[in-house]
Design a binder for this molecule. Sequence first.
Ligand SMILES: CC(C)(COP(=O)(O)OP(=O)(O)OC[C@H]1O[C@@H](n2cnc3c(N)ncnc32)[C@H](O)[C@@H]1OP(=O)(O)O)[C@@H](O)C(=O)NCCC(=O)NCCS
Length: 371
Amino acid sequence: MAVHDRYVAVNGDHPMGPDDEAYVREHFVPATSEALELMLADHLPLPSYVLGDQTPMVPPAHGELAEVAGGVERLRRWFVAFWPDDPATGEQEWVHYLSGQHVCLREVTPVRIRQRTERIAEAAAALDLLRRDPHDPTGRGMLGEAVDGVLGVPGLDTLLLPMTAYDRLRFGGPTDRERWVDGPRAEFLTPVPPVWPLRTERLLLRPHEPGDAEAYVEAWASEEWTSLLLSRAMNRAEVHEMVRRRTQPGDGRFVGLVVEHDGEVVGDSMLHLQGTGLSEGEIGWTVLPQHAGRGFATEAAREVLRMAFEHYGLRRVVANLDARNERSAALCERLGMRREVDRVADFWSKGTWTSSYEYAILRDEWRAASA
Ligand SMILES: CC(C)(COP(=O)(O)OP(=O)(O)OC[C@H]1O[C@@H](n2cnc3c(N)ncnc32)[C@H](O)[C@@H]1OP(=O)(O)O)[C@@H](O)C(=O)NCCC(=O)NCCS
């Protein structure tokens, strides 16, 4: 009862709905009576939630930190030591930890508490930059790291639990995930396509339609034409299925386009948005054999680069190719891309270890070349 009163004093008295209860049962466990004693002695955090039947619920690893610290009476000193240059903040964090209100964190540890603070500050600074210029490369990098993380740095999507409607009531606003993951993702990390079609001097570029499949059947049946692609040759049904998939709505990161000349399909082009803050794109292309050698792939790719940099605001575009694909490498060179990587026998394709190239171009380089 005493624990319940403390809990209400900290969180207020708000109703828990059935969805809240189901969520809490999924992510939290009932506190032991021993833990309840330690809460009243200010040695362990108060419950994260109290269910309608008064069951106090705590994170699954509630008492583990005390063990790591070498005993419950050492926990506070151990905890505060994670802020060696700023003991006042360490003490504040300890009080907040004891309040049981770190319910947004998947793992309630000082390391995660610090990471959450840092990533939220980073997200806030990134949003500031991006609201001034949605294509700001620093803003994109920071937001990507804050939300999705980078190698060695977990992002908020990994650190935070979903939380509940009850949390909105007790904290008086959107949940941390809504504020720092879902909101920024929807605003800046969800690609919005340009208005179709795109037009160049001779070509029209547009998303796939089911009726496009037949145009590709012959080329995809050819072992020779597909030999340097990652995919193997495909029969008619497989080509129709590939095109059908491309007509389905996705997350907007894969932009697959039909290239038309005078109403006839002459090839395709693609841009795959990826990387930290979705600020990099991988470009790809094919031209049907009967339309090769007329500069169609080059003209389409130039337009895809323009779309990548001007519309999607990318910072960098790369192309990966089989090193034996001389025509594709020549195309990269024509586009002003730089061969940055020359990998030897690095990937397995169609029964053999083959070498590959990566070409790249930065937005600033593309701008300078297009000026
Ligand atoms: C890679 C691929 C798209 C290159 O096709 P391509 O015909 O060489 O490229 P383009 O359509 O841009 O045509 C360029 C050629 O047309 C010539 N050309 C003619 N008119 C032109 C024009 N107006 N503008 C530019 N080039 C023109 C160029 O000189 C060049 O010919 P060259 O290489 O003999 O000098 C094609 O070989 C292909 O689809 N291969 C199979 C699938 C594949 O491997 N895809 C790439 C995977 S990484």
